[in-house]
Design a protein around this ligand. Structure first.
Ligand code: CA
Length: 489
C-alpha cells in the first residue's frame, strides 16, 4: 500500500479546521498550547496613528485563531517608559495609545470567544525608574523623611556592582541589574509582595488566564535557591486566585538551572538551549543532524511542561538564520512544533519575517499587506523588513510559509500524544533524520538536503508536510520534510 502525501491537498483541510476547545485539567499539564507571542506595538494598528494597539490585535482574532494556536502571550502593554514596555510605571492599566483597559477587555472577549487564552507579561524583577513607588522613595531619601516606599527597592549607602546614584540623594545608591532606568524591586519586602498579589489578582479577575514571568534569574541576582523560593511563593499566590492559571517563566539559562527552578511548581519554563542562533534547533538544521536533536529532546526530563520555541522578541528572527529558505524554515518549525510541551510562536515567524541586530529590528511591524493595519517600525529600528509578501498574499498561496505553519499546527493539534508525550528517540541509521516515537505515533523530520528512505517496519496513516510516502514499511521523506505516522492498530 502506497500513501502519498502532498502539501497542497492537506492545505484546504487545514484551513477548514477551527480551533478546538481548550483542554484544562488539574494534572501536570494545566493547559495545552500552542501559544502565539505578540508585541502589541507592532502587530496591528486599529486607528491609523501608526502604533499597534490592543484593538488592532482584537480585530485580528480570526487570523490568530486560523493559525491553530490556543493562547496569546501579550508582551507588556502597560504604561511604561520605553516602547518595549519592560519598564512599567503602572501595573494595573493599559497604555492610552494601546486603547486602555476598555480595549484590553474587548481583546480578551474576542480571543476567549475563539477558544484562545490570554497570557500577560509580569515584570516583577524591576519597575521603571518613573514608577510612583520609586519616585516617592527617592524623594523621601533626598529629604531625609521616612517612607514605606524606601523598602520597595534595594537602597544602600555603599556602591556595589549594578548600583546607581539616587537622584537628589548624594551618598545613596540603588540596585538596577539591567540599567539605571529599571530599579530592582526588593522582593523580600512584605509590602512589595502585597502589591504583587494585588497585581496578579487584578489581571486574573479581569479574565486573564495566566502569565509569562520576565527575568526570573534576576530576582535574586542569579541565586537559584532564593529565586526558586520566591517563585514558589508566587505560584502559591497565583494559584490562590485562580487554580488553573498557567504560568511560564523566562529563565535565560542552562537546562540544569531550569530543572531546579521547576521545583517551584511553575508550569513551564522556556527551553532556551533549543532556541536562538546558537541553539540546538537551528544548529540541527545547519549541521543536518536531526538524530542528535531528537536524542536531546527525548532526553529532556523537566518536572513540568517544557516551553519550546525557535526565537522570541530578544533574538534575531529565525528566517534570517535560515537564509529565508522555506524548506529549512519548515524543518526548524517542525522540530519544535512536533516536540513535547507547549510551543511558542513569535508573531511574524509564521510568515517568514526578518530582523536582527538592535532589539527594535526584532520587533518590526507585522506584514499584513493591508495598509489599514500596518504599524510604523519602532523609532530606533535601523533595518528594513526583507519579507515582501505579507499575510494577504500568503493566504492565497498553498506553498506559502504561512500555510506551511498552519498545516504543521493542524498535524500537531490532531495528535494529543505529542504535547503530553514522553517520547523515545528512534535511531533510523541516518544522521539527518529526527525521529520521536510517541507510542501512538512517530514524528519524523528529514533535516537534510537530500531525499531519504528509511525502514520503519510498520504501516499506518501518514500526515506530512513537504512530501512523504509510506510503502511496505519504508518511509521516503523529501528534503526538509516532516511527517507524523499514526500506527495501524
Ligand atoms: Ca494605533
Amino acid at each position: 500500500m502506497k500513501k502519498l502525501c502532498a502539501a497542497a491537498a492537506l492545505c484546504l483541510a487545514a484551513l477548514g479546521l477551527g480551533p478546538a476547545p481548550l483542554a484544562f485539567s488539574q494534572e501536570k499539564m494545566p493547559f495545552v498550547g500552542p501559544v502565539y507571542e505578540i508585541f502589541p506595538g507592532s502587530f496591528a494598528d486599529s486607528d491609523a496613528d501608526g502604533l499597534g494597539d490592543l484593538m488592532g490585535v482584537a480585530e485580528k482574532a480570526d487570523y490568530i485563531a486560523s493559525l491553530g494556536v490556543r493562547a496569546v502571550w501579550l508582551t507588556p502593554f502597560y504604561p511604561a517608559q520605553s516602547y518595549h514596555g519592560y519598564d512599567v510605571v503602572d501595573y494595573c492599566a493599559a497604555k492610552a495609545q494601546m486603547g486602555g483597559l476598555e480595549a484590553f477587555d474587548a481583546l480578551v472577549s474576542a480571543l476567549h470567544a475563539r477558544g484562545i487564552s490570554v497570557l500577560c507579561d509580569l515584570v516583577l524583577n524591576h519597575t521603571g525608574s518613573e514608577h510612583p513607588w520609586f519616585l516617592e522613595a527617592c524623594r523621601a531619601l533626598s529629604s531625609g523623611e521616612e517612607s514605606p516606599y524606601t523598602d520597595y527597592y534595594v537602597f544602600s549607602k555603599t556602591k556595589e556592582p549594578k548600583m546607581h546614584d539616587v537622584p537628589g540623594a548624594p551618598g545613596w545608591y540603588y540596585l538596577g541589574e539591567f540599567t539605571y532606568t529599571m530599579p530592582d524591586l526588593n522582593l523580600d519586602s512584605a509590602a512589595v509582595r502585597e502589591e504583587i498579589e494585588r497585581i496578579v489578582r487584578f489581571w486574573l479577575e479581569r479574565g486573564v488566564d495566566g502569565f509569562r514571568l520576565d527575568a526570573i534569574t534576576y530576582y535574586y541576582g542569579g541565586d537559584t535557591v532564593r529565586n526558586t523560593e520566591f517563585l514558589t511563593w508566587l505560584m502559591e499566590t497565583i494559584r490562590g486566585v485562580r487554580k488553573d492559571a498557567y504560568v511560564v517563566g523566562e529563565a535565560w539559562t542552562d537546562d540544569a538551572t531550569i530543572s531546579r527552578l521547576y521545583e517551584s511548581g511553575i508550569d513551564s519554563l522556556f527551553h532556551f538551549s533549543l532556541a536562538d542562533t546558537g541553539g540546538e534547533i537551528i544548529g540541527a538544521v545547519r549541521n543536518q543532524n536531526g538524530a542528535r536533536l531528537a536524542r536531546l529532546i527525548a532526553g529532556t526530563d523537566f518536572a513540568g511542561t517544557d516551553a519550546v520555541f525557535l526565537t522570541n522578541h530578544d533574538m534575531a528572527r529565525s528566517a534570517g538564520m535560515l537564509t529565508s529558505n522555506p524548506q529549512k524554515m519548515r524543518a526548524a518549525a517542525a522540530a519544535y512544533l512536533l516536540s513535547p510541551g507547549i510551543p511558542f510562536i513569535y508573531y511574524g515567524e509564521e510568515i517568514g519575517m526578518t530582523g536582527s541586530g538592535r532589539d527594535e529590528n526584532k520587533r518590526l511591524p507585522m506584514v499584513w499587506g493591508e495598509a489599514a493595519y500596518t504599524c510604523n517600525p519602532p523609532e530606533m529600528a535601523d533595518q528594513k523588513q526583507k519579507l515582501q509578501k505579507g499575510v494577504m498574499d500568503q493566504e492565497e498561496d498553498p506553498d506559502s510559509v504561512l500555510n506551511m505553519y498552519r498545516r504543521l499546527l493542524t498535524i500537531r493539534n490532531a495528535h494529543p500524544e505529542i504535547p503530553s508525550g514522553r517520547p523515545v528517540a528512534l535511531d533510523l541509521g541516518v544522521k539527518a533524520i529526527f525521529a520521536l516515537d510517541y507510542g501512538r505515533s512517530i514524528a519524523i523530520i528529514n533535516m537534510g538536503k537530500t531525499s531519504v528512505t528509511v525502514a520503519i517496519g510498520m504501516e499506518g496513516t501518514l500526515d506530512c508536510e513537504g512530501g512523504a510516502a509510506l510503502e511496505n514499511g519504508r518511509l521516503t521523506l523529501e528534503p526538509w520534510a516532516a511527517a507524523v505516522i499514526t500506527k495501524a492498530d
